[in-house]
Design a binder for this molecule. Structure first.
Ligand SMILES: Cc1ncc(COP(=O)(O)O)c(C=O)c1O
Length: 427
């Protein structure tokens, strides 16, 4: 099982058998309030009829079309609609099936771009400590979660370095929204430029808000500073928006929220409301043009997946984007942000809570680790919440919440009530 303690799970399985709107149903018939939108992906709530109908219909019309040397209209239509939501200038889409594939694709596109531009020595990637970019070899190399690399450390991408993370409780504990301190963490990029020479650096890849590593919110001015340094040295900037995309922050994307436009964005999860797997790289037209125009070969990019732009995923994606628009779910998330923030910060003072942070409809609740057992306290809280009917995530000693954007205030009250009591109970 993926990222699961197999032996422990098999001793006490947690099985989900149905889902609707804000709730899962377990195999013993219990209703579980979904505090995590599955895995940060079911942004419009579960089993929405318009998405289900679109998938059902497409499955009967054309189940599959090969994406190599063939096309089908739904994939182009989805690309067009996606472009309409992206920052100006990002107007080319390459589809895959997951966030991990999107990340590895973006790294390959960066290398192909620099070859096309006549700077093939630009091969180095800069990621960030505690970054999560999926589980491909590219993703774990640029990612900064040590545990995800340890078993495979013998074979990482060779030319990679990592910026420091920006999590600093000494100055930023209990911040609502973006911390005031920490833009200076971006200056480490200048140090890397000095160390490696900008002419060897292909791209910097970052999550605008790091999610899987425990909810790390960018300090004010940090992403702007990263963008400035990349511009100064001609380095590509990739935002991994697999979690921050599609309304999670109360805007379409993190780039929109923070007013910083990268050169590429990776997306997945919320693109289809998770109903069919899909991921994508969104790139500036200038990147597409450089690669396609410079090529003398028939095929300009030797890369792709059997299921790139799969018809069922494309149909699900179109229905999902329509639902986001018709129910104004990103605006709804924005309108609930301050109620959400109050609920998050109401947990202050509970024993073992050492930080509370929030942005959009995301919460991070950091707990004091148990001596000699990092992560154990948060995992016990996760188990207790599940027993009490609320699904949350634990990552290290941080609890993360990111529910579907259709939630009501009463759901927020229940989530934080259950989480607060679970922390007290476990302590
Ligand atoms: C920022 C980020 N990038 C990439 C991924 C990997 O996505 P997937 O699990 O779909 O491969 C994730 C998954 O949580 C993510 O949060």
């Amino acid at each position: 099982m993926p990222f699961t303690a197999n032996k422990a799970f098999k001793r006490a399985p947690r099985m989900l058998v149905a889902a609707k709107d804000m709730y899962y149903t377990t195999d013993d018939g219990r209703q579980i309030l979904d505090g995590t939108a599955g895995l940060w992906c079911v942004n419009a709530g579960h089993c929405r009829e318009s998405i289900t109908a679109a998938i059902r219909e497409q499955a009967g019309v054309m189940d599959y079309a090969p994406p190599f040397q063939m096309g089908h209209p739904l994939a182009f239509e989805l690309a067009k609609q996606l472009v309409g939501m992206l920052p100006t200038g990002i107007d080319r889409i390459f589809f895959g099936n997951s966030g991990s594939e999107a990340v590895d694709t973006s790294l390959k596109i960066a290398l192909a771009y620099w070859q096309a531009k006549g700077e093939p020595q630009r091969v180095r990637f800069i990621g960030r400590q505690r970054g999560y970019h999926g589980v491909g070899f590219g993703g774990i190399s640029v990612g900064g979660i040590e545990a995800n690399r340890r078993q495979f450390a013998a074979q990482m991408l060779p030319a990679v370095d990592h910026l420091p993370h920006t999590h600093d409780l000494s100055t930023n504990a209990y911040t609502r929204g973006q911390p005031a301190n920490g833009a200076h963490f971006a200056d480490a990029l200048e140090e890397m430029v000095a160390k490696y020479d900008a002419s060897t650096i292909a791209a910097v890849i970052l999550e605008p808000v790091a999610g899987s590593t425990g909810v790390i919110i960018p300090p004010k001015g940090y992403l702007q500073r990263i963008r400035e340094i990349c511009d100064k040295h001609g380095i590509l900037l990739i935002f991994d928006e697999v979690i921050t995309g599609f309304g999670r922050l109360g805007t379409s994307f993190g780039a929109t929220k923070f007013g910083v436009t990268p050169d590429m964005m990776t997306v997945a999860k919320g693109i289809t409301n998770a109903a069919v797997p899909m991921g994508a790289v969104c790139a500036r037209g200038s990147i597409y043009d450089a690669i396609v125009n410079s090529s003398t070969a028939g095929i300009e990019l030797f890369h792709g997946y059997t299921y790139s732009g799969h018809p069922l995923a494309a149909a699900a994606g179109l229905a999902t984007l329509e639902l986001y628009r018709s129910e104004a779910l990103f605006e709804r998330a924005a309108s609930l942000e301050s109620y959400w923030a109050d609920a998050v910060h109401s947990l202050r003072g509970i024993p073992h809570v050492i930080d509370l942070r929030n942005i959009g409809i995301v919460a991070g609740i950091e707990l004091e680790p148990r001596a000699g057992a990092p992560g154990a306290r948060a995992f016990d809280v996760f188990l207790k919440c599940f027993e009490d009917g609320v699904m949350i995530r634990s990552t290290g000693d941080t609890l993360a919440l990111s529910p579907p954007l259709i939630l009501e205030k009463a759901h927020i009250d229940r989530m934080f009530d259950v989480v607060g009591n679970a922390i007290k109970h476990v302590s």
